[in-house]
Design a protein around this ligand. Structure first.
Ligand code: SF4
Length: 349
């Protein structure tokens, strides 16, 4: 069991739900642009939001954002400049992300740790494939061993300064290296892990790499907070992250299962599946609804569904928890099915 770290109102670690993170990609000194993205990320289901802090203009804007969005934990992402990290520890951020190996020396890390400790701010030790400590890279190359050691060295340094509210990440753009790295870290430390595949690309391959990397680790019980890194609108990262959690039963939702169709399907099943998907969108209860292409295989294949429909050429059957409960002309069956789905949702919500 991992230690728990408080990040604003969100607990990360122990048996707390796996939280979803994303990062702003607009200018961190543009208050309006940041506000708009934060609102969109929040409504998409993002629990923790990070922004890069690169200068004092960003700091001034961050102060206003922290005031405006007191209900969402904001995280400062710092590269190299310890003075900015210290300021971020003092102005109300919930967490500061640094790579202790590139913040300018141990004495600087101590100053950041002191500022964060004094203000109840967590620190994420965040190492990426591109920022492994030189010494470790020449010893182990750029793989999992170097990444994990680099992150653990940063953790040990913070501990030396009496700082323990630590979250750890060590990401690679390689799925296999990411998985191997986190497995190594998981064996060696009790701090909560922020997991993700970095620079995974755009939608499509980026979603697949993230789903495999994050999903494999979560299925093994590794990972307490996740970020899907995609090129483009960060809101899409949140949709993908939430879907990964749903697929692993780590978030309750109404699942719509539908078959791929084949020549036995004689109705516009993709259209009905998409209509049912819209009907149940946003339902946060564990339900399973099946839309199947034919009566030959449909009811049997989806017998564990709470309710399902399987179409024939003129008629369709409705089945509930494995039992056929109606056999009606097709249009009537579809109308009846939609009504029943509506009632089922109303009952559980
Ligand atoms: S449920 Fe029927 S239509 Fe769908 S793939 Fe299976 S056999 Fe084909």
């Amino acid at each position: 069991m991992k230690k728990v770290v408080q990040v604003g109102k969100i607990k990360v670690g122990e048996d707390a739900p796996v939280s979803v993170q994303s990062m702003l990609n607009c200018s961190s000194s543009d208050f309006n642009a940041c506000s708009e993205q934060i609102k969109r990320l929040k409504s998409a289901g993002c629990d923790i939001i990070r922004l890069a802090i690169s200068d004092d203009n960003d700091i001034e804007c961050a102060k206003m954002l922290i005031k405006e969005f007191a209900d969402v934990p904001l995280v400062a992402d710092i590269q190299f400049d310890y003075r900015l990290a210290v300021k971020c520890g003092e102005i109300g951020f919930s967490k500061v992300r640094i790579n202790p190996g590139n913040i300018g020396g141990e004495d600087k890390v101590r100053l950041v740790a002191d500022a964060c400790r004094a203000n109840g701010v967590a620190i994420r030790v965040g190492v990426n494939g591109g920022s492994i400590e030189k010494e470790l890279e020449s010893k182990y190359g750029s793989g999992a061993k170097a990444l994990s050691e680099s992150a653990l060295k940063g953790v040990a340094l913070l501990e030396r300064f009496g700082f323990y509210d630590i979250v750890v990440s060590a990401k690679s753009s390689s799925v296999m290296t990411t998985i191997e790295t986190y497995r190594l870290i998981n064996k060696q430390c009790d701090y909560p892990l922020h997991i993700g595949v970095t620079e995974s690309g755009g939608e499509g391959m980026g979603n697949i790499k993230s789903a495999i990397g994050i999903g494999t680790l979560l299925a093994d019980g590794i990972g307490n907070t996740i970020r899907v890194s995609l090129t483009g609108d960060p809101v899409k990262e949140v949709y993908a992250a939430v879907d990964i959690l749903k697929a692993l039963n780590l978030r309750d939702y109404c699942e719509v299962v539908s078959c791929p169709t084949c020549s036995r399907c004689h109705y516009d099943m993709p259209k009905l599946a998409s209509e049912i998907g819209e009907l149940v969108k946003g339902v946060e209860k564990r339900l399973k609804i099946a839309v199947m292409g034919c009566v030959v295989n449909g009811p049997g294949e989806a017998k564990d569904a709470d309710i399902g429909i399987a179409g024939g050429s003129e008629k369709a059957v409705i089945f509930e928890k494995g039992k056929i409960t109606a056999n009606l002309p097709f249009d009537k069956a579809v109308a009846e099915f939609k009504q029943k789905v509506g009632r089922l949702i109303a009952d559980v919500c």
